[in-house]
Write a protein that binds this ligand. Structure first.
Ligand code: RNT
Ligand code: ZN
Length: 417
């Protein structure tokens, strides 16, 4: 049977439950995923005076072929994008600026340092998102940035964040699609603090200064990302979930939920509906926590499906900004992007192929037997046949055939670096 024949059969099973597969495919095409550039070079960046990765995050593994120049990184991203169905976005960090061999301090970065990225994004029909980089820097060596007791250090990072929002605004303007600026800081303490309040008070004041500078909402959106702990900040993180949730609500900013930044049994899927009742938009870093690490490659696990279901069944595809955040240096990096991004899209497709309205009615009517029975049966409905057809229709490899292309690219390009 061909992919198309399989698809036609699957379509019939879904139609029985009122799921319109052709409409689903049309919707899915228009859902952008913001793909993080930093999987391609282990969060290294291209600063002239490049520092070791710091900030309580770590990338383990030494798989050959990592990108060492912006050209290599863009070429690797292009390869991955050619294996991923749909039109997407690329998420940059300040350390990916191109400064022509000149040392440009982070608080001095301007849109011109991202000209090549913008040109490339235009050529490839991609939107861009952006992050100030508040780690891997001498001024972040104490593990404190926006909450640092030293005012000069705080000012440096405040200015870096303000400049970053202007760079995003520029991206949004020239690419015709608003860019998300996401602020994440590593600030915290390894051991029990004697004062939790003062650093948080300083973080609040720093954020107020950053957002006092207005950017055009048509082009730039601001998000703040919380964390529970990091390496070296095990006991206390200044920018906790409660801190940013309150800050975002009060100041009309987006809360960015990283799926790796909560207690092990706490799930982001269960937070989305609550967020949507109080904010127009919410942003995600979809990642995968494994023990101490919050950044494994995204797999199609139950939580990923549940997140997708929450987005889809709450009609929030335009309100939840989906970004990815993982970094694995122990496998082929182009494969890592491809696997993680395809999985995110697969999860959305899976969620769209569930008779969500009917299941809601069952719950409202107290029919929990049928709710459970159907939810379980739909797990083995022929979703794979629709996914294969979607890939074929979108002109990307079907099933695992993408891997041959990555292996060929590894031999022709990556291993020659
Ligand atoms: C770190 C945060 C943050 C980073 C990126 C590189 O715990 O998740 O989003 O991963 O900014
Ligand atoms: Zn993150």
């Amino acid at each position: 049977m061909t992919v198309k024949e399989n698809f036609e059969l699957a379509k019939k099973s879904y139609a029985k439950w009122g799921v319109r597969v052709d409409d689903v495919i049309e919707t899915l095409k228009n859902v952008p995923i913001s793909i993080h550039c930093w999987q391609g070079d282990d969060v290294g960046g291209f600063e002239v005076n490049k520092q070791e990765l710091s900030g309580g995050i770590d990338v383990t593994g030494n798989y050959p072929g990592k990108a060492t120049t912006p050209e290599e990184l863009r070429s690797d991203l292009e390869k991955a994008l050619s294996l991923i169905p749909g039109k997407h976005r690329v998420n940059l960090h300040a350390i990916y600026a191109e400064t022509n061999g000149e040392v440009v301090e982070r608080d001095q970065l301007e849109p011109k340092h991202f000209e090549n990225w913008v040109k490339w994004a235009k050529e490839n029909g991609l939107g861009l998102d952006y992050n100030p980089t508040l780690f891997s820097h001498p001024k972040a060596a104490d593990g404190l940035t926006l909450s640092h007791p030293n005012e000069e250090i705080r000012e440096f990072w405040i200015n870096h964040c303000i400049g970053s929002r202007k760079i995003s605004e520029y991206f949004g303007k020239v690419l015709g699609t608003p860019a998300l600026t996401n602020i994440w800081i590593p600030d915290g303490y390894k051991d029990t603090p004697s004062d939790r309040l003062t650093p948080r008070k300083r973080l609040k004041e720093s954020l107020d200064k950053i957002f006092a500078v207005k950017t055009d909402e048509k082009y730039n959106m601001d998000a703040v990302e919380s964390k529970l702990f990091g390496i070296g900040s095990e006991a206390y993180v200044v920018g906790s979930h409660e801190f940013y949730l309150n800050y975002a609500m009060k100041n009309n900013k987006l809360c960015l939920l990283d799926t790796g930044h909560y207690h092990p049994t706490e799930t982001v899927s269960n937070k989305i509906s609550s967020m949507l009742l109080f904010s127009e938009k919410v942003a995600l870093h979809v990642s995968r926590p494994v023990r101490w690490d919050s950044d494994h490659v995204v797999i199609l696990d139950d939580e990923l499906k549940e997140i997708a279901l929450e987005i889809v069944r709450n009609d929030a595809l335009n309100r939840v900004i989906i970004g990815l955040d993982f970094f694995d240096a122990s496998i082929n990096r182009v494969a890592a992007w491809t696997i993680g991004t395809r999985n995110m899209i697969k999860a959305l497709l899976y969620a769209m192929l569930v008779p969500n309205e009917y299941l809601k009615q069952l719950q409202e009517g107290g029919n929990f037997t049928e709710r459970l029975a159907l939810m379980e049966e739909f797990k083995t409905y022929p979703f794979g046949a629709v996914w294969d057809y979607y890939c074929e229709k979108m002109g990307v490899p079907v099933r695992e055939s993408w891997l041959e292309e990555v292996i060929a690219y590894e031999h022709e390009v990556l291993l020659k670096r």
